[in-house]
Design a protein. Structure first.
Length: 142
């Protein structure tokens, strides 16, 4: 199963404070262990919400809202995408991450095609398969 591991923002991350060398080295070792174990598919840190925007959809209207955004506990400062056997395995891995200071991590299973049941018609499944193949090919071209 794929799991999105969401790193919640903190006052420090929203202020744009970058981690020090020691934490970067610890995180590098953790990421290396994830890659060697075949777990990590992707992972990135995000700039503070002051550098972002939101788009609100209401009917045909689109409203752009520039950051920063309030409610730090609801903001994301980084993420991983992991391939694991189950949620328990993901939890065991995240417990090893070099975080402290009240950092909160959210783990959420990613839908797969079977989760959509009959709503995902054979034509839509074929489209999903084709798009996945295109994404893989494009990522290999880079």
């Amino acid at each position: 199963m794929k799991v999105m591991v969401i790193v919640k923002a903190t006052a420090e991350s929203e202020a744009g404070r970058m981690p020090g060398t020691e934490l970067l080295a610890e995180m590098g070792r953790f990421n290396e262990a994830l890659v060697k174990a075949g777990i990590m598919l992707a992972g990135e840190g995000l700039h503070p919400s002051s550098r972002g925007a939101r788009v609100r959809f209401e009917g045909r209207q689109r409203t752009v809202i520039d950051g920063p955004f309030s409610g730090t506990q609801d903001l994301v400062s980084g993420f991983w995408l992991w391939q694991v056997r189950n949620l328990d395995e993901a939890i065991e891995w995240i417990k090893r991450a070099p975080f402290d200071g009240g950092t909160e991590i959210e783990l959420r299973p990613v839908f797969d095609a079977d989760d959509f049941g009959d709503a995902l018609t054979p034509e839509l499944r074929a489209q999903e398969t084709r798009l996945a193949a295109e994404l893989t090919a494009k990522s290999q071209d880079r």
